[in-house]
Design a protein around this ligand. Sequence first.
Ligand code: SAM
Ligand code: SF4
Length: 458
Amino acid sequence: MKQKRVHIVTMGCQMNVYDSEQMLRLLAPLDYRPTSQLDKADLILLNTCSIRAKAEHKVYSFLGRLVRMKRLRPDIIIGVGGCVAQQEGYRLVERAPHIDIAFGTFALGRLPSLVEQVKDQKQQVVDVNPRGSSEPLCVKGPVLKVERVTAFVTIMQGCDNFCTYCVVPYVRGREVSRKPEEILEEIRLLVENGVCEITLIGQNVNAYGQKNSHGCDFPALLERVHDIEGLRRIRFTTSHPKDLSDRLIDAFCRLDKLAPHIHLPVQSGSSRVLRRMNRGYTRDLYLKKVARLHEIRPGIAITSDIIVGFPGEERGDFEATLDLVRQVGFDSLFLFKYSDRPNVPAAKFSNKIPETIKAERFSTLLEVQRELTLQKNKALVGTTQEVLVEGPSKKSPNQLTGRTLCNKIINFEDSMARAGQILPVRIVEAFSHSLLGQPVGKGHGAHSGENGGMSYAA
Ligand code: SAM
Ligand code: SF4
């Protein structure tokens, strides 16, 4: 069989990054190999995000660019998967008739048969059906051999929280946890293939195992992951503040491999807005959890998500958010302007905030956080940090890039170091998005990916 090329464009969060790797694993038996060149691909897949209207617009603008390509090369197959496909279904193919496949989040496992169907019947297919009861949550079997030394592993899918602004429970479905044995097996295989840092991912990892009878909750899963030989660092994301238990916080002290960083989205510093968002915690409770994190693991890095301009957010609510940001001193923030999404309760809330005010609040908060991040980074100058080398820096070919335990990006020059080494690096300069360092000693312990690009490992 002639080998074919697939190009995947991934938009959105880590869940989509993981799902794109699943697509490559599923397509490998059909003899599709990944290519980074769009014009060399026989199959183009777009893995989409619908969390904000802006993300959805990006999908249609990318698809617009493919119209001409499809006209010139009608045999090329174009597939759109992920949250926009799940949400839009048939509307997507009506609006972009040059698409061959629209496959929703639950149809990922059926991608190979959808591709075959298009080839055989030369017809568009739309699959936004639920996952079949016998279909696994994630692809089983061999993992992709990756050049990277870090990898994401999904531990659960969906969400039951129904925050009033959020589309995730509608496009990703209800919360389902994977079996611990499956997760552990996948991590072991990744470690055998050179991965030394794992990030366990899910919309609310703290709730892992709560809704099914796997006999293992999240702190227990972390302990089992921690026991995997050869694994050097563990991270997880995202944590919902309401489900952040003392037992989980204590894991930051008990488990050496657990990196001292937590992404703990607060969304707002006003308890009134948090209630309208249906977040299930108050400002005070959030601050108490932050204080306990600092007590258990001094120096822990805390990052967060904040939405500005939620319907009805008054000036006083926004001031409360600014105050909370200063009080916590986040290491960094992902800031979003509230955006109406289809079918979510907040879309029907009155007192929508004008775009100009949203933009003003956004830039005020951005500036406050930029200064805080810079201060935090500057405080590291002169210290030595343990850095996992990830590979060459994108900005300069002479530099390597890696991450500190607190998840800060650091660039440095070292002609001897290789991806997978953990090195002590002295910080010499701080910027708002990264650090500049100098290695201070020889590296210890190496797992390096020798082959370029992704390949399939049996
Ligand atoms: N599950 C995670 C949690 O609860 O924090 C985050 C999920 S979502 C993929 C990532 C972020 O997008 C959210 O934390 C929120 O800040 C932002 N977001 C979600 N819906 C939004 C909306 N309608 N408008 C603006 N930002 C939104
Ligand atoms: Fe969306 Fe809330 Fe679930 Fe996060 S916890 S995915 S914000 S509904």
